[in-house]
Design a protein around this ligand. Structure first.
Ligand code: GDP
Length: 295
């Protein structure tokens, strides 16, 4: 995960190793390399620039106040700033509803159906939760089949209504079904498209309005870098979602989406997907991720 970025940041920070003090000159070189590493990771130029400006300011400001070696000081500053940029504290999901309704949104192929299953499995394993999965993709019968396969795999019931082409009605009926069957969490999997389009946005907005979810989650493929960030912005403008799910981190060597998405949409990354299996789900902890990136 993020191997390229880790390597490049390590090289950038290496510049300061062996120097007795941080100076305007040696910090400038490190900062230039850090900025380059972020741009290579597909972080937006403005974010990379703001980030490195902050790091530089802190490094020059703290230099005289610390016993740390310049290399160590710089690692600490970059780690703290990366943590901040990725969201600071970890944020959970709101499960206070009865039932709690979680609406999944995102493009086709982002990993929505897989993540819906992972989340249902994760909550089921908490024992106090009995989830229901609801299949609201009315365009692709294969998507309904896929959710049933996932549901069977993890032992979670799936509500679907083949032939009904009204996703709002299916979502509402799914919630009713959950109420009648003692399910306390409803996870609604919706239809995506290959790119943002108006029909998809109207449809998801209508479902959102009709079911008033406790959590609206936006699922996005981490490997798509700045595209992921732009798509997040488009969905957030329509849904004002509560959190981001970054999938496929296991295949992402660059890390640009993970680093910049929070600051663009001002919404936390809540979970990450790290593989195709149902167990490949993790809560997103910004500080742990920063530790991981900096090795
Ligand atoms: P949807 O169209 O948004 O519902 O996307 P799917 O859930 O069908 O996922 C698309 C593809 O991505 C499938 O082949 C999944 O197995 C795969 N996938 C989903 N999440 C992950 C992940 O975290 N890591 C990896 N490597 N593959 C994933």
């Amino acid at each position: 995960m993020f191997d390229n970025l880790s390597d490049k940041l390590d090289k950038a920070l290496h510049v300061l190793k062996g120097h007795g003090q941080i100076t305007e000159i040696n910090v400038a070189e490190t900062i230039k390399e850090i900025r380059r590493a972020l741009l290579d990771a597909d972080v937006n130029f403005k974010i990379a620039k703001e980030f490195t400006n902050k790091v530089k300011e802190k490094a020059l400001g703290q230099n005289v106040l610390t016993n740390l070696q310049p290399g160590q000081l710089m690692v600490k500053i970059v780690k703290d700033e990366l943590t901040e940029l990725m969201g600071g504290e970890a944020e959970g999901i709101d499960l206070s509803g009865s039932p709690s309704v979680i609406l999944m949104s995102g493009l086709q192929g982002s990993g929505k159906t897989t993540f819906s299953g992972k989340l249902a499995n994760y909550l089921k394993n908490k024992k106090t939760k009995k989830p229901l999965l609801v299949a609201c993709d009315v365009y692709r019968p294969a998507a309904i089949d896929q959710l049933h396969v996932v549901g069977e795999q993890i032992g979670v019931e799936v509500y679907s209504d083949r032939g009904n082409n009204d996703p709002v009605a299916i979502a509402k009926a799914g919630i009713q079904h959950a109420k009648s069957n003692g399910c306390n969490v409803v996870i609604i999997d919706t239809a995506g498209r290959l790119a943002v389009d108006e029909q998809m946005m109207t449809e998801i907005a209508n479902i959102h309005k009709a079911v008033t979810p406790q959590e609206t989650l936006f699922v996005v493929d981490s490997m798509t870098g700045q595209d992921a960030v732009n798509t997040a912005k488009a969905f957030n403008d329509v849904l004002n979602f509560d959190g981001v799910i970054l999938t496929k981190l296991d295949g992402d060597t660059r890390g640009g989406a993970a680093i910049s998405i929070k600051s663009v949409v001002d919404k936390p990354i809540k979970f990450i997907g790290t593989g195709e299996k149902m167990e490949a789900i993790d809560v997103f902890y910004p500080s742990r991720m920063a530790d991981r990136i900096l090795g």
